[in-house]
Design a protein around this ligand. Structure first.
Ligand code: PLP
Length: 381
């Protein structure tokens, strides 16, 4: 059996750390706390949408955010009553109706989305809570910052709409150069001021994701949207003491002794250099092991960077290691040999006191671990 293991104490530690950092509002008055909106999209960043959300709530988080209707409904079906913000704007009537019926706060990023929300609100005889989304240069959801008049126009007949917040999203908060984030922030504040001048209540303001929150104290505003920081898996250096959450747990399924020169795995890419003892672990790349972020940038300059990186990598020891518990109860680093299989890897355990059934720990980013794999929350080890 394999499972994705989440250490409760480590996760608690991260939640506490983030709350502590959020006490610094970055404002001189510093009197009102910043609200933490926990983003739980992507199956709770791989930690399991429902168990992860419940854990956050048990640890004092009372505002969640999701990216899809399905996620929002799953949370409500699990009887989670916390506030939920749907981060994606939609003008699809059926979807909006389901969201509103389930008391999900809508994101409104277009005239059509407002009209749909208003129509559904009237139909259900409700006031619908929304957050306005401003596109300050992301090129995705939201009213474009340079078309602020359109927002006023769109809000004209929105009598059943209550604006509870207004937000935007950084494109490169994880970069060292902060120039574009500064520009985005200015564009955002400019739109907010314009709306206020025109008597629009903008509600709580938020623009920071994890990296933005950690890096830009002066941009924390009223709320921050935190995803990856809870897992301690940041795209900026982790100087905050956040712990890495999530590893894959499996067991040694088979052990055998093979002679020097024997082939290991597909493509005959590896031959044993000495007589060896090997262990087979029934996990592979389909479980998220050693899955790299895709090369999703298509500019010529990025392709050039990939080539440079590959050449550099060719000179490094890129061997993979996993931890296997030996018969004395200690975890030992063991080298993965041969190509990874979809559901199997082969590990060199020569000279090690390891038996069939010994536990194996594999470092994975939980977000790549298939949602069919059991999530196991543990205390201790
Ligand atoms: C995913 C997401 C976040 C959280 O991002 P992290 O970098 O993981 O903290 C915040 N806001 C929006 C709109 C998102 O889609």
């Amino acid at each position: 059996m394999k499972s994705l293991v989440v250490n409760r104490e480590d996760l608690k530690h991260n939640i506490r750390t983030i709350k502590e950092i959020a006490k610094d509002t970055g404002r001189l008055d510093n009197h009102k706390n910043i609200e933490i909106i926990a983003v739980v999209k992507g199956n709770g960043y791989g930690l399991g949408l429902v168990p992860y959300s419940k854990f956050l709530i048990d640890n004092g988080i009372d505002f969640l955010a999701v990216s899809t209707l399905e996620e929002a409904l799953q949370l409500r079906e699990a009887k989670i009553q916390a506030k939920i913000l749907m981060l994606s704007s939609t003008a699809i009537e059926k979807d909006v109706e389901k969201l509103v019926q389930n008391d999900i706060i809508l994101t409104i990023g277009s005239k059509e989305a407002i009209e749909t929300a208003q129509k559904i609100a009237e139909k259900l005889n409700k006031t619908v809570k929304v957050h306005l989304k401003i596109d300050t240069g992301f090129g995705r959801y939201g009213f474009c910052y340079n078309e602020k008049e359109k927002i006023l126009e769109a809000l004209k007949n929105a009598n059943n709409i209550e604006i509870e917040g207004t937000f935007s999203h950084f494109t490169l908060a994880f970069f060292e150069n902060n120039k574009f984030s500064e520009i985005q922030f200015k564009r955002f504040i400019d739109v907010i001021e314009y709306l206020k001048e025109n008597k629009i209540e903008t509600g709580k303001l938020h623009i920071c994701n994890s990296s933005g929150f950690l890096k830009f104290k002066d941009k924390r505003l009223n709320a921050v949207r935190i995803g990856s920081a809870f897992l301690g898996r940041l795209s900026i250096p982790n100087t905050y003491g956040l712990k890495k959450i999530g590893y894959l747990k499996s067991q040694v399924a088979e052990i055998k002794e093979l002679k020097k020169g024997y082939n290991i795995g597909y493509s005959n890419a590896y031959t044993l250099k000495k007589d060896s003892k090997i262990a087979i672990i029934p996990v592979g790349y389909a479980d998220g092991f050693n899955v790299r972020d895709d090369r999703d940038m298509f500019r010529k300059i990025d392709r050039l960077r990939y080539i440079v990186r590959d050449v550099k990598d060719a000179f490094k020891d890129k061997s993979l290691y996993i931890d296997i518990k030996n018969n004395n109860g200690k975890y030992e680093k063991c080298k993965v040999i041969g190509r990874l299989g979809m559901y199997h890897i082969t590990v060199d355990i020569t000279g090690k006191d390891i038996a069939i059934g010994s536990s194996a720990k594999l470092n994975v980013n939980p977000i790549f671990v298939d949602s069919s794999i059991r999530r196991e929350y543990i205390s201790g080890e």
